[in-house]
Design a protein around this ligand. Structure first.
Ligand code: FPP
Length: 246
């Protein structure tokens, strides 16, 4: 059982995943990119279940970036339908497992039906405390910071914020979901070594793990590999090794 390689006391609290490689997975098999996304949905199912089993408290999935709006309309439509389908199909299990579903991003750009499904999942799971599943949809890290700055400026204009008092903590209160802890581990699948505008503010001290596995092939064993690698690292947060160990 691969999970036995893990130290159960050092499971990352928050794991964020850039689910990449659906298109390449499909192209390598002579299939359409959409088939890759459909297969990717199976990985979403498996990884949500696995994260819950392993005791991860928050799992954030990069489901659709702001840049993804520029893909062919058919692909965009399919990705939205898959998200809706996921919620319909998985909500009962998510509920049974006490998982709370939330979403971050410029949600106002989503089709009404997709937004409604996300809101439905959010409302139905509001009181669940076993794990939080966050969908980053229509999401961009820079946009999140800009949106925060916009709200902050509005508050400053009406005197609710004193610019001199602003610090990192009070700025972070304007992010989409301020109560989210920063990710401990960021996993990117399919080999690319980029952060692609994901959670830019929140990943300041996050450990990054790049897996060569294409997202549609990603399963619990690969999540365990990433966590085992993470557990072998020393997180110093800018301190020296000596300071961290004392
Ligand atoms: C990247 O693959 C993946 C996406 C753009 C979207 C992720 C979507 C899913 C996993 C489908 C289901 C989603 C949910 C949340 C239920 P890519 O198309 O960029 O792959 P490529 O880089 O190989 O072209």
């Amino acid at each position: 059982m691969p999970a036995s390689r893990l130290d159960p006391k050092a499971i990352p609290r928050h794991v964020a995943i850039i689910m990449d490689g659906n298109g390449r997975w499909a192209e390598e098999r002579g299939m359409s990119r959409i088939e890759g996304h459909r297969q990717g949905l199976e990985s979403v199912r498996a990884v949500v279940r696995a994260a819950h089993e392993l005791g991860v408290q928050t799992l954030t999935l990069y489901a659709f970036s702001l840049e993804n709006w520029n893909r062919p309309k058919r692909e965009v439509d399919e990705l939205m339908s898959l998200l809706e389908f996921y919620i319909d199909a998985e909500l009962p299990e998510v509920q049974r497992n006490g998982i709370r579903v939330t979403s971050i991003g410029r949600l106002e750009r989503l089709p009404i039906s997709t937004r409604a499904k996300l809101e439905e999942a959010e409302a139905a799971t509001r009181d669940n405390r076993e794990m939080q599943l966050v969908f980053a949809v229509s999401y961009g890290g820079r946009a999140e910071i800009v949106d925060a700055a916009r709200k902050l400026l509005r508050d400053a204009e009406v005197g609710k914020v004193d610019p001199e008092q602003l610090d990192e903590k009070s700025f972070a209160a304007y992010l989409y979901q301020p109560e989210l802890s920063d990710p401990d581990l960021l996993i990117r699948t399919s080999g690319e070594r980029r952060v692609s505008n994901f959670l830019l503010w929140q990943i300041a001290y996050t450990e990054i793990f790049v897996s060569d596995v294409r997202w549609p092939d990603f399963r619990k064993t690969h999540l365990v590999d990433a966590i085992v690698d993470y557990q072998a690292r020393e997180r110093r947060f800018g301190l020296t090794s000596e300071q961290v160990r004392s």
